[in-house]
Write a protein that binds this ligand. Sequence first.
Ligand code: DX5
Ligand code: ZN
Length: 220
Amino acid sequence: KQSPIIAPSILAADFARLGDDTAAALAAGADWVHFDVMDNHYVPNLTIGPMVLSALRKYGIAAPIDVHLMVKPVDRIVPDFAKAGASSISFHPEASEHVDRTIGLIRDSGCQAGLVFNPATSLDCLDYVLDKLDLVLIMSVNPGFGGQKFIPMALEKLRRVRRMIDERGLAVRLEVDGGVTAENIGAIAAAGADTFVAGSAIFHAADYRAEIAAMRTAIG
Ligand code: DX5
Ligand code: ZN
């Protein structure tokens, strides 16, 4: 298991002052920026794209930007995110006709590649591609909206993926996304996650620094 990463989801940030709010979360101790891309097709919501990512880079955000694609199709938008300055790009296997090809496309574009599993999506394809991934993202809510409640079944899924990663001796990061708070993050870490996305818990807190510190303490 690798050192813990806290990745605030800017879906919960103030979009009217996105650069400042993102910088504030990083200054408060966050490690990565989690960037949720929704297309009103794969998920019933519409958010931000490569232009906003490149604007954040231009503004001076230097931390890793972890792009979570909730879009279908995936392949044709990958080069745009790579050019805009994405560090990692993760996608849902249901959204790509050829999962192995999409992973290759992301890696060839110079980004780290991740695969995302919805609460009811089976982990089967991991048997075939785990060694080609940089991260596995387990959704602990149904994708599309911030501020939802953590689905406890995700803990069992995290344990299963942690076992797979460790059995194969891989350095793949195990990320969790949805309803993560300082209250449940300890149990989530104990289930094997090492990378934690949190949107509303951080951006709706009065004090970002105190919230992130409380999360780190609970992770242990
Ligand atoms: C949901 C997104 C999440 C979301 C998390 O589709 O992928 O990243 O913003 O927000 P919270 O932490 O509020 O559940
Ligand atoms: Zn996300």
